[in-house]
Design a protein around this ligand. Structure first.
Ligand SMILES: [Zn+2]
Ligand SMILES: [Zn+2]
Length: 758
């Protein structure tokens, strides 16, 4: 039979997930010749052989792809090539064979950096098998799983350019790596107890206590005794303790100086997650996905937790209807969680407001006063990456923090200027930079709030990595319009031209970029961002298209006594809202301290805001669920918890839509009247916001509606608004892979700047 030759381009999540070895195995099995290689973001394949074998190859390429791969598109073409030429030989392969050819990459190399992948089922089974060579080995991995982004020091992705370079492979590992039939064929971080990294346990002063399996056993014993254990994770050190013991959790809160914000919880398996949370199928899929993110799910109340099931201490996620749960990322996490048995608090290894520690000495220095023992190892962390945080709204997993397993995120910007080379610096809180290289943007992982020197150092390091990986010589910076953001000041300290993009414009643009859309009416609701008029915006509806942004509607403004200080004290927002609503003076003074009311009346000391986040604060303070906050977002989270997933059954309060103004003041007066019914106020307030969004959308009838900004991290608000808009026939988009909060700003800045560059 005459041989035919076909070429394919495969797009989707196909790099760093064991796809090329899989292709090579499949082709070899079917007796086909040819090659496979990474080309930009796609995998290119050429195969040659008899027609029936080529057909079987095409079918099994899609059906049998590795679990972590996600094929979005396969484009086939027939190659007119003299059949006598041996294609594998072109790449130094054996005659008649199939080879993995060198990657073809130019600029935009970071687009091919694979994300870290949680331990696959096969490796987990091996770690649990007493007869296996890798029994209880914490660094077991294969082509379908293991560390990637957090060990890569340079590209292309090869062991020699990772922190695994320090561990020469043993003979057994080398054989597995070179054998096309083995599931570790071409696994770059392949390791075993004979040749790979090893555990070590030390005390808070760095004195060695144990190594290898003894280290693991003693660390688990320490957790059982109530100790706080620092553990070297993939993208940084983490802090672990028993999540079922209130006193131990309280000790961690005190030492970490994190009095209230919820902790994430690590469980050994899905059953462990089901015991502490009510999960639907989408949430279970998110938990078990190769990214293994923290998934925000509905917590079971402690008293209704299954009989004899381990329960969570109430101070793990106080005043919160949801709890962040994750499954083990690495065999190390798997072993610790499984041997401990119950749920463990698993939070980033840092002091409040500082970046997560990555180095061993750094961990001892910074976490020595928090952790009792340190379970580390001798493989270095190449780059700091926090755990990713997601939730599920409308059956779609949506990123709230772009971290390990999901970062970096490449997004094609189809109509962007092909010559653009820009570094986009994001905002100030939840900072994360992005780069624009022609028609591609790359969003780098979450860095954090830029309030501390350590955080600003981490931000500059992230920018350096972004440039190195992309081999990018930027021709300009893109930053927020706010003059005082650390990211803005960084841009102003450089010598490159600066493009400034208004905060909420960037929020809406980020969602458009993700969904490949050109225009939409975007509701960008968040805490505070500087508006075109210099005022503190945050409850805006902007019509965004390639030409720019037009402010279609906004919440009625109200004074914010003390400006930024109001973010930590919801009573201030309430004072401003009461003054704006013109409630009787004696009633105002009954609800908030008179000094705050007086302050709210002085325009110079109480700048006006249209912020939806601050309106949430005001209502939370009115309902008595949160008078003062230790972190931004605490009051809205408490209010969402009080509303209790009301769906669409609560009746909205009265409001007015007059020109551009969404006037909530009638609603506030009604809420004051029934403020003692907390559930009712919380539920009806959510319904009122949804009704205002619908009213604006109905008036404008745009081709698409975008819901974004930090307020839409509130799953109750997001789901209810989505349903109500869809019911009226609107095309509604929420961010999914890009965070709706300021973590997605840099991508929106890239989208806007690319349009301007043209
Ligand atoms: Zn594996
Ligand atoms: Zn080995």
């Amino acid at each position: 039979m005459r041989a035919r030759r076909r070429a394919a381009s495969v797009e989707g999540v196909v790099q760093g997930v064991g796809f090329r070895p899989f292709v090579a195995r499949l082709a070899t099995e079917l007796g086909l010749r040819g090659w496979v290689r990474n080309e930009g973001r796609a995998v290119a394949i050429e195969v040659e052989g008899p027609e029936p074998a080529l057909d079987a190859f095409a079918r099994r390429l899609v059906e049998g792809a590795p679990p972590a791969a996600r094929i979005e598109r396969v484009r086939w073409s027939v190659v007119a090539q003299p059949a006598e030429r041996d294609v594998a030989a072109d790449f130094g392969g054996a005659a008649g064979g199939f080879v993995i050819a060198p990657s073809v990459t130019g600029e935009g190399l970071a687009l091919t950096i694979p994300a870290d992948l949680a331990t696959c089922a096969a490796c987990r089974a091996e770690v649990d098998d007493p007869s296996a060579r890798r029994f209880a080995y914490p660094f077991t991995n294969c082509t379908a799983c293991g560390p990637r982004f957090t060990i890569v020091e340079a590209l292309p992705y090869d062991r020699a350019r990772t922190t695994m370079a320090a561990f020469p492979r043993c003979e057994a590992c080398r054989r597995e790596h070179d054998d096309p039939a083995d599931r570790r064929f071409h696994a770059q971080p392949i390791a075993c107890p004979a040749c790979g990294p090893a555990l070590r346990l030390c005390d808070a002063r760095g004195a060695a206590l144990a190594t290898r399996d003894d280290a693991l056993g003693q660390a688990v014993e320490a957790l059982r005794r109530g100790a706080i254990v620092a553990l070297k994770g993939l993208g940084g050190w983490q802090l672990l303790c028993d999540a079922g013991d209130e006193a131990i959790v309280a000790r961690l809160r005190a030492r970490k100086r994190r009095p209230h914000q919820a902790f994430a919880v690590l469980v050994a398996h899905l059953d462990g997650a089901r015991a502490i949370a009510r999960l639907d199928a989408d949430e279970e899929a998110a938990l078990a996905s190769p990214a293994a993110p923290i998934v925000l799910v509905r917590a079971r109340a402690p008293h209704v937790a299954r009989h004899a099931a381990p329960r969570l201490a109430p101070n793990v996620a106080p005043d919160n209807a949801r709890v962040g749960v994750m499954l083990p990322t690495t065999p190390l996490h798997h072993l610790v969680a499984a041997r401990f048995g119950g749920p463990l608090v698993c939070t980033s290894g840092n002091h409040h407001d500082e970046p997560i520690a990555t180095g061993d000495a750094e961990a001892l220095a910074r976490l020595g006063a928090i952790a009792d023992v340190f379970l580390g190892h001798d493989r270095a962390i190449a780059r700091r990456v926090d755990d990713a945080l997601v939730h599920v709204v409308d059956h779609v997993t949506r990123t709230l923090r772009l971290g390990r397993g999901l970062a970096p995120l490449g997004i094609g910007l189809p109509s962007a200027d092909p010559e653009a080379r820009l570094l986009c610096l994001g905002g100030h809180l939840k900072s994360a930079p992005a780069a624009l290289v022609g028609r591609e943007a790359v969003l780098w992982p979450h860095v954090g709030d830029l309030d501390t020197l350590a955080a600003r150092d981490a931000f500059e390091r992230a920018l350096g990595e972004l440039r190195d990986f992309l081999r990018l010589e930027p021709t300009g910076y893109v930053c927020d319009a706010h003059p005082d953001y650390a990211s803005t000041l960084f841009a102003e300290g450089g010598a490159l031209p600066i493009t400034r993009v208004q905060h909420h414009h960037a929020h809406v643009a980020a969602c458009l970029a993700e969904h490949g859309l050109d225009e939409a009416l975007g509701f960008a609701w968040d805490g505070v961002g500087m508006g075109d008029d210099g005022a503190a915006w945050g409850g805006e509806a902007l019509y965004v298209d390639p030409e720019g942004a037009r402010r279609v509607a906004h919440l009625h403004p109200f004074p914010l006594p003390g400006g930024d200080a109001a973010a930590r004290e919801p009573r201030r927002a309430l004072a401003g809202a009461l003054v704006a609503a013109g409630l009787p003076a004696e009633l105002q003074s009954e609800l908030v301290p008179p000094a705050l009311i007086r302050l709210a009346r002085v325009p110079r000391l109480a700048p006006p805001t249209t912020s939806a986040g601050r309106l949430f604060d005001a209502v939370a303070a009115l309902a008595g669920v949160c008078g003062s906050a230790t972190h931004e977002g605490q009051a809205p989270i408490a209010l969402e918890a009080a509303a209790g997933g009301f769906g669409s059954c609560a009746a909205p309060y009265e409001f007015r839509l007059e020109g551009p103004v969404m006037d909530w003041r009638p609603a506030l007066r009604a809420m004051v009247a029934e403020r003692h019914d907390v559930l009712r106020v919380a539920a009806r307030f959510h319904a009122t916001l949804v009704a205002m969004i619908v009213a604006v959308a109905e008036r404008e009838r745009p081709s698409a509606v975008v819901l974004t900004g930090g307020c839409f991290q509130n799953a109750t608000l997001a789901a209810a608004a989505l349903d109500a808009l869809r019911e009226r026939g609107h095309h509604v988009l929420l961010p999914a892979r890009v965070p709706p909060n300021d973590g997605g700003l840099a991508l929106g800045q890239a989208w806007v700047a690319a349009r301007r560059a043209r």
